[in-house]
Design a protein around this ligand. Structure first.
Ligand code: ADP
Length: 207
């Protein structure tokens, strides 16, 4: 067996920042690479922390990944239109799906990620996705709720609360050292921004 599920299926890894989602994604995908399965890894192009073309964990491990602007670009790359997978498909050959598709920071993709991963799973691909289940306000993040509902397997990881040491389920956003407010824009130009892992009790929104 390639995984606990025979045939195509969805595995989702969620949790707050610093909970080890990228580490766990890298661990699962590396096993598949070692077992000589065909593995394709994608991440949103906007996440350029550490390496542009790699999934990187806060602890320093990394795995090559193709940065893509959206889900349509994942489909195009899998169809052999991108540079990475050109070896597997040409203009005259039908697409050959990899055995495993990994997607990091899945929360940044749009709703069109859902039909793509359902199609892949339906055609026998093991799809492993990692992403934030909650945004900095502790609200469900974008496409993640539907992914969680549709997945065969869900692993919810915790970090360690930087205030009390309890298991942390939320990502505390700080702007200039103070808790971000509910309505603060997601991207702030020029602001001193940071994030900390927090438990339910110590996650705060500014007023
Ligand atoms: P994620 O992808 O969920 O953000 P990563 O896999 O990138 O997580 O990083 C997890 C690593 O972050 C841990 O192994 C640890 O080295 C580091 N880390 C930093 N702060 C914390 C924290 N508060 N709790 C747990 N791990 C932390």
């Amino acid at each position: 067996l390639k995984s606990p599920y025979a045939g195509g299926h969805l595995e989702v890894i969620v949790g707050p920042m610093f909970s080890g989602k990228s580490e766990e994604l890298i661990r699962r995908l590396t096993r598949a690479v070692i077992a000589r399965q065909q593995v394709a890894v994608f991440k949103p192009a906007l996440d350029d922390r550490y390496h542009v073309a790699a999934v990187a964990s806060h602890a320093g491990r990394s795995l090559d990944a193709v940065p893509v602007p959206d889900a349509a670009a994942i489909r195009a790359a899998l169809n052999g239109e991108g540079p990475l997978l050109a070896a597997h498909a040409g203009p005259d050959t039908p697409p050959v799906w990899p055995d495993v598709v990994g997607i990091d920071e899945a929360q940044f993709f749009g709703a069109d990620l859902i039909p793509l991963v359902l199609e892949l799973a339906g055609e026998g691909v093991r799809v492993v996705l990692a992403g934030l289940d909650l945004d900095f306000r502790a609200e469900p993040f974008g496409v993640m709720p539907e992914l969680l509902a549709r997945a065969e397997s869900v692993e919810k990881l915790t970090a360690i609360c930087t205030v009390c040491g309890a298991p942390a389920t939320r990502s505390q956003r700080l702007i200039g050292g103070r808790p971000a407010r509910f309505g603060d824009p997601v991207v702030l130009v020029g602001a001193q921004e940071s994030y900390e892992a927090r438990c339910r009790l110590h996650h705060e929104l500014g007023h």
